[in-house]
Write a protein that binds this ligand. Structure first.
Ligand code: LMR
Length: 347
């Protein structure tokens, strides 16, 4: 033995689960010390999309605000593009304390025990982001975030990306166009049923694997807001984009109670206020960012862009009705009633 303890980076790479477990123990020990040490506090924030997206830019703004307002005493380390954790393990990493904050899509809370979040995935539920905010800024949104405490998670806020469109190697405007296609989706039962209702096969894949799966033909198409589509270069492997605006994609910023409570109260207040400001910024830039991405797609000439007519949308809506009934059976009518009441309420 050479006598000195190999550093974390000198140790042989452990399989991720073993590494997570060892990290869990180590970080619990550091958590207690965090309150007293003069060393800067570091918030590790992982996400799965590119930095040049509404989410990437919002979280960068959050980092800038936290570091400026704390004079560097609190640092935010951002790991984009699934560099650190991806759709399949980010929630577990948060539970184990190997990462401190995430901003997953609202469609990814169902599989970890919060099916009520799939409300946001109901096709054609929202006319625009203002109607979404009647939920996220109201009682429904508050109760959804409160519910995360069931798993010792803390919901710190919601923000938008925008509306999803369909991509494929043919126009996807009405149910018959989807017949037999394998469509990549997020891990949401509502979205899976939406695809089945339109005649397609839903294939759940991590976001980071989507472009390759389209390129290799594992799947035929997918759905996403244009900013995700453009920043992943999906136009190179898809020939048609159909502007269905059939569903909403938004995010919730979450942390773990043990991390949050390891921060001194003043630091929590600073982080929360910086996040609140960053999420206002996020909602201000999201639509413009998607509009710019659509313009870039148009001028690239790489992909044909189709706008569905009213009759197409009516057919998609009619075919998707069973998706609503199923979700109501799964989470109970109280949630749906609260959603309809909030949407009816004029601002
Ligand atoms: C997806 O998996 O398609 C999206 O949730 C990615 C994201 O976070 O925008």
């Amino acid at each position: 033995m050479s006598g000195h303890e190999p550093t974390l980076l000198q140790r042989p790479l452990l399989p991720r689960r073993q590494w997570l477990r060892s990290m869990g123990g180590m970080l619990a020990a550091t958590a207690g010390a965090r309150a007293h040490s003069a060393a800067p506090t570091t918030i590790r924030l992982s996400h799965v999309v590119a930095s040049d997206t509404p989410k990437g830019l919002a979280l960068e703004r959050f980092r800038t605000l936290v570091e400026a307002r704390s004079q560097g005493r609190i640092q935010v380390q951002i790991f984009p593009q699934g560099q650190l954790y991806g759709d399949h393990d980010e929630m577990q990493a948060l539970q184990l304390g190997a990462v401190d904050m995430l901003a997953p899509s609202l469609s990814k809370f169902g599989p970890i025990g919060f099916p009520e979040f799939e409300l946001f995935d109901l096709p054609f539920l929202f006319d625009n982001v203002d109607t979404v905010r009647r939920l996220t800024r109201g009682e429904v949104g508050h109760r959804l975030l409160q519910g995360l405490q069931r798993q010792r998670l803390l919901g710190l806020g919601f923000f938008d990306n925008g509306f999803k469109h369909m991509s494929g190697n043919r126009p996807l405007l009405e149910p018959r166009d989807f017949a037999g296609l394998r469509m990549r989706i997020q891990a949401s039962r509502v979205i899976a049923q939406q695809m089945r209702a339109w005649g397609a096969w839903p294939v759940t894949l991590p976001f980071s694997e989507t472009r390759l799966a389209l390129e290799t033909g594992v799947v035929d198409g997918t759905e996403n807001p244009v900013s995700n589509f453009w920043t992943q270069g999906m136009q190179a492997v898809q020939h048609h984009l159909s502007l269905t605006a059939h569903g909403y994609l938004g995010y919730a910023v979450v942390t773990h109670q043990s991390f949050w409570h390891s921060l001194p109260p003043a630091a929590r207040a600073l982080v929360q206020s910086a996040l609140d400001d960053a999420l206002v910024f996020a909602n201000e830039i999201a639509d413009a960012h998607n509009t710019r991405a659509l313009a870039a797609l148009r001028s690239s000439g790489d992909i044909a862009i189709h706008s569905p007519e009213r009759r197409h949308i009516d057919k998609l809506k009619a075919a998707a009705q069973p998706v609503y009934t199923d979700l109501q059976q799964r989470i109970g009518s109280a949630w749906l009633d609260a959603v309809y009441a909030a949407l009816r309420k004029a601002t």
